[in-house]
Design a protein around this ligand. Structure first.
Ligand code: FES
Ligand code: FES
Length: 163
């Protein structure tokens, strides 16, 4: 049984490192990674489950961390954008200018990376549908679609990066 004095002690594996955190029952995973662990790549956008700016991976699955209680992911492996360096999706966003202000970008990259892991052969329509859970207020989405196309070609060892 967990000790309880208003907070509970949990163990998470965050970006490959075991971290101990003390959280209140109502603490979201977003507040834990940003405030508790100092990982500010996941953004607080709507904090209502709508925009995807807060997306992280929990045991490999993309989740909206603003809508996830930290107590519900005790023992899980959490990956944030800080732990996803040099991924094909990140390279695609750089190469194809898939961002402007960048506020939404970490969420798109986390969700896009999960898609290419789960569905390396996803067609453009599937990519667009998958990323509908992320909102960008700046780009008009064309750069994001190009970024995902670049990333998919890079991940599959085809021609991305050779133009
Ligand atoms: S901040 Fe989590 S979905 Fe918008
Ligand atoms: S680049 Fe500004 S919200 Fe997406």
């Amino acid at each position: 049984m967990k000790e309880y004095n208003g907070q509970v002690k949990l163990n998470l594996t965050v970006n490959g490192e075991v971290r101990t955190v003390w959280v209140s029952p109502a603490d979201t995973l977003l507040s834990t990674v940003r405030t508790g662990l100092g990982l500010t790549g996941a953004k607080a956008g709507c904090e209502n489950g709508d925009c995807g700016a807060c997306t992280v991976h929990v045991d490999g699955t993309p989740v909206k961390s603003c809508y996830t209680l930290t107590v519900d992911v005790d023992g899980a492996a959490i990956t944030t954008i800080e732990g996803l360096q040099n991924s094909p999706v990140q390279a695609g966003f750089r190469a194809e200018y898939g961002f402007q202000c960048g506020f939404c970008t970490s969420g798109f990259i986390m969700n896009g990376d999960a898609l290419l892991t789960a569905r390396p052969d996803a067609d453009p329509a599937t990519r667009i549908e998958w990323l509908q859970s992320n909102i960008c207020r700046c780009t008009g989405y064309e750069g994001i679609e190009r970024a995902m196309d670049y990333a998919q070609r890079a991940a599959n060892g085809t021609d991305a990066g050779e133009e």
